[in-house]
Design a protein around this ligand. Structure first.
Ligand code: IDP
Ligand code: MG
Length: 149
């Protein structure tokens, strides 16, 4: 499998619910390397750029309003097949289809409040990482646990 980088974001509400630690812990325990992380409040223009593919859809305005409504935790993760691996860990987009055991399945009741974003392709990951992080904010570290993960 190829090493990939993916972008993830704990959406607003995660900090208020005091579950950021639990979600980050699931990501770490799966084996991803967290290579960038920051707490931020997303400006409207960045939210619209991030969700550009959804502009014009019925939920777009609500989505942008939600994502700018409070602080998020933005991260870059690295690992084997990180993009599809993280999508699986997050679970389906629709709340009613997200399986128990996945992050969305375990922590979200509503699709519009599904608590975590994960890039869906190599192109999206590159684009989203570039929107949220400067190259110097990404730390390329090795933990020496490769044989265990
Ligand atoms: P994804 O987050 O699994 O990649 P997308 O289809 O890219 O799913 O949608 C982006 C976000 O927009 C979703 O995570 C969810 O918060 C919201 N969303 C998607 N579809 C709907 C919907 O039908 N109603 C309300 N919100 C939606
Ligand atoms: Mg998406």
């Amino acid at each position: 499998m190829a090493i990939e980088r993916t972008f993830t974001m704990l959406k607003p509400g995660v900090l208020s619910r005091r579950i950021a630690g639990e979600i980050i812990s699931r990501i770490e325990r799966k084996g991803f390397d967290i290579i960038a992380a920051k707490l931020m409040r997303i400006p409207r223009a960045l939210a619209e750029a991030h969700y550009e593919e959804h502009r014009g859809k019925p939920f777009f305005d609500e989505l942008v309003a939600y994502i700018t409504s409070g602080p998020v935790v933005a991260m870059v993760l690295e690992g084997d097949a990180a993009i599809s691996m993280l999508r699986k860990l997050c679970g389906s987009t629709k709340a009613e289809e997200a399986a128990p055991g996945t992050i969305r399945g375990d922590y979200a009741m509503h699709t519009g409040l599904n608590i975590i974003h994960a890039s869906d392709s190599v192109a999206s990951a590159e684009r989203e990482i570039g929107l949220f992080f400067k190259p110097e904010e990404i730390i390329d570290w090795k933990d020496g646990n490769d044989g265990w993960i």
